[in-house]
Design a protein around this ligand. Structure first.
Ligand code: AMP
Ligand code: GLY
Length: 423
């Protein structure tokens, strides 16, 4: 089977690593990929939003399956474009990727189908939003409707902050057209859990749980990032909580999308808040999480290509997902200054330390090959993952491995997985 993965981050490196374990793979390509992915796949210099070029490449190379990993091409309909040309693709079509692409859509869906989430109002108009905010209790959460690189969420502690937030989102258009609409949402408290799932339009299969660390600095301080580290499983996601989510959230979401004539085939990522009133949906994503994929996929035993096929063909009911009875921790090595401004182009040394070690993974997020050297090429540079018998062992091993690689301006959080000490 010839497979093309679309994307270039740590998530795509983790997906490529999982695909390489499949006996059915004959050749793997990645567009555009990065220097780490290039060790597993032939990287082709096509960007993720160059739909015609991706389709042309898939046809000319007789690709059997295209895996679309990032949110932007999914929301803009790359899977539809590929299907129209007769190319098989894994990922939701545009009308289903709206589950992530529009927060107003997903909130209305949850309300209509009784899926637990924070109370909210949608607004198309800044004046109406400002009027509404006069009588709210604080803190309150403002969300730009569309995709905003995970940055379109503002938690406002006072009325003044909220007024400023509405201005940023709807008037100054800080997040571009994503701010044409806005959701104002009740502030929830509790522990966050990321739960990824595979869906074939009707059936949903839940993967093992994970927890992300979104803030840039230790102690959950600093700005929101794409994610500075993850661990899996989450000890806070108990069997009881899983039962509630299965009844109240997961299947209901798939059924709701089918009922709206938007059958969802691909990965639904449930961002959950475990509140004192039970688990509630913070957000949906229509793709694997990053860096969640970097701790979840290394623990998965199934042939991932078989699952992708089952999602496309509607036969997921015949598959049971299996995960290793262990734990994984991923620590992101970033460029100092991320997520605001940072320098790139520094040589990354020590990567060979990971060769031949089954329990350790060095997923490349932002790297490229330059004059025969691998250099930093992004805010998030590497995801260092280790597996262990339990979370404590995995964390110890992951932090040890962070020392094996060096590059100028290397930055990481030192408290990834610290929450497990409370268990
Ligand atoms: P989102 O992109 O919707 O996941 O939001 C980013 C982050 O903002 C989440 O991971 C939460 O930490 C926080 N957040 C979003 N919505 C809420 C909410 N209603 N209450 C409290 N925190 C929230
Ligand atoms: N790590 C969060 C995300 O992928 O959106």
């Amino acid at each position: 089977m010839k497979v093309l993965v679309v994307g270039s981050g740590g998530r795509e490196h983790a997906i490529c690593t999982a695909i390489c374990k499949s006996q059915r793979l004959t050749k793997l390509y990645c567009a555009p990929g990065n220097a780490g992915i290039a060790q597993l796949a032939e990287c082709v210099p096509i960007k993720v939003m160059e739909f015609d070029k991706i389709a042309e490449f898939a046809v000319s190379e007789a690709i059997d399956l295209v895996v679309v990993a990032p949110d932007d091409p999914l929301a803009a309909g790359l899977v539809d474009v590929l299907n129209e040309k007769g190319i098989r693709a894994f990922g939701p079509k545009k009308n289903a990727a709206i589950l992530e692409g529009s927060k107003a859509f997903s909130k209305d869906l949850m309300k209509k189908y009784g899926i637990p989430t924070a109370a909210y109002e949608n607004f198309d108009d800044a004046d109406a939003a400002l009027k509404y905010l006069e009588n709210c209790s604080y803190p309150i959460v403002l969300k730009a409707d569309g995709l905003a690189l995970g940055k379109g969420v503002l938690i406002c502690n006072t009325h003044d902050e909220a007024v400023e937030g509405v201005k940023e989102i709807m008037q100054d258009k800080k997040f571009g057209d994503s701010g044409n609409r806005m959701v104002v949402e009740e502030f929830m408290t509790g522990r966050e859990v990321s739960v990824l799932s595979f869906c074939d339009g009707t059936t949903i299969r839940i993967m093992t749980s994970a927890q992300d660390h979104k803030r840039a600095k230790d102690g959950d301080q600093g700005l929101n990032t794409g994610g500075m580290g993850t661990f899996s499983p989450s000890p806070f996601y108990t069997k009881e909580i899983d039962e509630i989510c299965k009844k109240e959230i997961y299947q209901k979401t798939v059924d709701a999308m089918a009922a709206e004539n938007r059958p969802f085939k691909g990965v639904i990522f449930f961002g959950l808040m475990l509140t004192k009133d039970g688990p509630k949906v913070l957000e949906y994503n229509a793709r694997f999480g990053d860096p969640e994929a970097q701790v979840v996929l290394p623990r998965m035993k199934n042939d991932i290509l078989g699952i992708f096929d089952a999602c496309i063909d509607g036969t997921l009911d015949q598959i049971e997902l299996q995960f290793e009875n262990n734990a994984a921790v991923c620590v992101v090595l970033a460029s100092d200054g991320y997520p605001v401004s940072y320098e790139k182009g520094f040589e990354i040394k020590g990567l060979e330390a990971f060769d031949g070690k089954d329990d350790y993974f060095c997923f490349h997020a932002g790297s490229k090959l330059e004059d025969g050297k691998i250099v930093t090429n992004g805010g998030r540079v590497l995801g260092i993952t280790a597996k262990g018998a339990d979370l404590k062992e995995a964390r110890k091993k992951a932090y040890e491995a962070t020392e094996w690689v060096t590059f100028d301006n290397k930055y990481m959080r030192h408290d990834i997985g610290k929450a497990i000490d409370e268990v």
